[in-house]
Design a protein. Structure first.
Length: 225
């Protein structure tokens, strides 16, 4: 099988995956409900979101360490470089997230010190365990990047409706960088993979999407209380 054919099969399966579609559909529902949520409910969402956001650079670092070729390491490191601020710690995504939420009137205690739900803990643990395996990690990486912008857009809409802010630096930096992140994650799938290796990548992308679905559903149940 040629490299091009292998890549086409893997990305085609992932792009039309029903689990991915389920997650995107759930995000649309949450986004449509933004106007009915209280400030306290939005703070709950923002606080749970902080945990996977905080862990993501560690996931990328661990994945680089188990990646067997320089080419793929390079594409992953490009994402990591931007996540950590491109050499400026003040531009790291976590820093910008905290500042954006603080500017919106949310306290750091609400955002960075919120206790994680069980589903949040399982989501972060999924990233941790996947980053011990090259193929598992590629599934999690690709799965994350292709749904990241819809997730960030949903969080941004929550902020806009809650605070009236129109300019959200944390959303802005994702809009600017996410196309490159998706391109880089696509590049990681260009090496030739066997059918079994492709299956492993796809299964782990699906596992990641299910963990995010559980994450949002857990939040949804909490919001109904």
């Amino acid at each position: 099988m040629s490299t091009a054919a292998a890549t086409s099969i893997t990305t085609d399966i992932l792009s039309g995956n029903p689990v991915k579609k389920e997650l995107v559909s759930y995000l649309k529902e949450l986004k449509n409900s933004c106007g009915t949520l209280s400030r306290e409910q939005i703070a709950l969402i923002l606080g749970q979101w902080f945990h996977p956001l905080h862990y993501f650079p560690t996931f990328l670092s661990r994945l680089i360490s188990v990646t067997p070729n320089i080419e793929t390491q390079t594409f992953i490191s490009r994402i990591l470089w931007e996540e950590l601020g491109e050499g400026d710690p003040q531009r790291a995504h976590e820093k910008i997230y905290k500042q954006t939420m603080s500017d919106g009137g949310f306290t750091l205690q609400e955002i960075a010190e919120a206790s994680p739900h069980a589903a949040t803990q399982e989501l972060v643990a999924g990233y941790e365990t996947s980053s011990t395996s090259y193929l598992d990690g590629l599934g999690f990486l690709y799965g994350t990047e292709v749904v990241d912008l819809p997730m960030v857009s949903t969080i941004g809409e929550l902020m806009r409706r809650s605070t009236g802010q129109r300019n959200l630096p944390w959303v802005n930096i994702h809009v600017a960088q996410e196309p490159g992140h998706v391109e880089s994650s696509n590049e990681t799938l260009k090496p030739s993979f066997t059918a079994e290796e492709q299956r492993q990548i796809v299964e782990n992308a699906e596992r990641m999407w299910r963990l995010w679905i559980d994450f949002f559903k857990s939040i949804g149940k909490e919001l109904q209380h």
